[in-house]
Design a protein around this ligand. Sequence first.
Ligand code: ADP
Length: 587
Amino acid sequence: MRIILRLIIFVRSRWAWLAGAFVCLALSTGFALIIPRMLGTGIDTALRVESGFLWWSLPRETAIMLVAGTVIVASSLRGAADYGRTYLSQTVSQKVSYDIRNAFYERLQRLSFAYHDHAQTGQLMSRATVDVEAIRMFFAMGIIGLLELAILLVAITAILLTLNWQLALMTFLFMPAIGWRAITFSSRLRPIWLRIQELMAALGTILEESLTGIRVVKVFTRQKHEGQKFADQATLLYNEHIGVARQMAINMPLMLLLMSMPTVLILWYGGRQVINGVMTIGDLTTFILYLGMMVMPVRRLGMIGNLLSRTQSAGQRILEILDTESAVKEKPDAIELGKVEGRVSLEKVSFAYDSMSPTLDNISFDVKPGALVALLGGSGSGKSTIANLIPRFYDVTAGAIKIDGIDIRDVTLASLRQNVGIAQQDIFLFSGTIRDNIAYGAVSANADQVEAVAKAAYLHEYIIGLPEGYETWVGERGLTLSGGEKQRLSIARTLLINPSILILDDSTSSVDAETEHLIRQALSLLIKGRTTFIITHRLPIIKNADLILMLDKGRVIEMGNHDELMSNEGVYHQIYQSQLVTSDDSQ
Ligand code: ADP
C-alpha cells in the first residue's frame, strides 16, 4: 500500500483531473441508482399497487409515462456522466504515465556511469514500457473502480436495508465470502505477476543483447544457441501466463456461483413475502435489480485486486530507479564554472571502480592552460579512467581534481561538462541528419558554424559529395560512416562546443595513410589553444606533448616531456626506440 500511496503522491499535479473523474463517477452512480427504484415503481403502478410515490394517485397511464420519462432522463444523465468519467480517467492515466516515464528517463540520464556500468538495457526498457503501462492502467481503472465499489456498496446496502431489512441481512451473509474469495485470489496472483514482469524484462535483455551483438552472433554461428536462450525464456513466460489463465478460469465460475446464491435466497424468501402480501412485486424487482448492480463491482474486486498487485510490483520497480541516487552528486550550493583558462591539477588522486582493488593510486600532476598531455601505458593501466575522472563521470575515491584551482566537486555538472570536451574515436551516431549529429552538443549552432567546423575537421568535402549533403540521414537505418569519418565527425562535434579542456581518445587508430593524414591535420587544429589530454599511439603528437604521463597499473611511473624522458632512459625511452624501429620497418 505504501507504494500505491507514493505513486498517488508522485502524481499530485494531476489531482484536479482525478477529482473531476471522481465527481463524474459519483454523478453517474447516483443516476444509475435511480433506475431500479423507478422500474419497481413502474411495475407496482401498472399492477395498481400503492407505491407511495407522489404520482400514485394520478391515472395509471400518466404515472407510467412519468416513470418511463424519469428512467430515460436518469439514463441519459448517467451516460453523460459516464462519458466524463471515462474521458477524465483515461486522460489522467495518460498524463500520469507521461509524468512517470519522463521522470524515469530523466533519472536514467542523470545517473552516473557507475550505475550504467551495471544496469541492463533490456531491464530498463521493460520498466519504461511494461511497468509504466501497468501503473497507467491502475490510474485509468483501478482507483476509479475502487471508489465506484465503495459508493455502490454503501449506497446499495442502505437502500436494501430500508427496502426490506430481513431480506437485506440474508443477502449480506454472502458478501464476506465473495469479498474474501476476490482478495485471496488476487494475493495468490501477486507473486506470479511479479515473476511475469521480471521474465518480460529478462526476455527484453536477451533480445537487446542478441540484436546489438548480432554481428558477433553470426561470426561465431551462435544463432542456434541464442535462439535456444530466447526460446527457454519465452517458455518460462508462457508457463507463467498459462498459470494465471488457469487461476482466472477457475475463479470466474466460482464467483458466478457465489453471486447467484443470494438471488436464489431472495426469490425463495422474497417470493413468500409477496404471496403473504408483506412485499410488493415492484419492491421485490427493485431489490433484485439493486443486487444485480452490486454484482459487477464486487466481481470486479478480483480484477481491481489484480491491478493493485500489478501496480504494486510495477511501482516498486519504477520507484527503485527513481530513488536511486547518482554516485556523482551535485552539491546544493554548486557554483557555475564559467569559461575556464584550462589549468588542470590532480592532487593525490586515487580511484577504484569497486571496493576490490584500486584502479588509480595516488596520482598528482599539474597541467598549464593550453598544454598537451599524452597518456601512455599498457592496456588496463588507467588511461581512460583518468580521462573519465576529469569530466566527473566518476568521483575520485581520494584526493581532488581542480580546474583553474577550483575543485570540480564544487561546480555544477553542466558547467563543468561545457568546459570539458570529449572526442572519441568510435562515436555513437544518433538517427538524424549528419548536420544534427555534428550539432549534437550545440543545438543552437547555425548552418555556417556547422560547415565551418566540418571544414576544419576535413569532413566538408566528404559531406558535400553525399547525395543529400548535410541533410544525409545517418545512424540507425541511415548511412554508415567509416572509422576515420566518424572520428572526424567527432572532432567537428567537439570543435563546435569549443571547450577549454579536451579529452581525446585516439588509441585504436588503424586507418589508411590518407585518412591518417586528414585526422592528424584535424587533430592539430582541434588541440590548438586548449588543454588537451590525449590517449594515442601517434609518435609525432607524443613527441610534441608538453607532458607525457607513463602509466602502469594505475601509477605514474614516468612523467615529463619527450626530451626529459629520453634522457632518463627508462620505459618511455625503450618504447620510443622500439616503435621507431617498427615504423622504420614498415616504411
Ligand atoms: P586503459 O584505458 O589504460 O586501457 P582503463 O582506465 O580502461 O585502462 O582501465 C583500468 C582498469 O580499470 C582495468 O583493470 C579495467 O579492467 C578497469 N575498469 C575500466 N573500466 C571499468 C568499469 N567501468 N568498471 C570496473 N572496472 C573498470
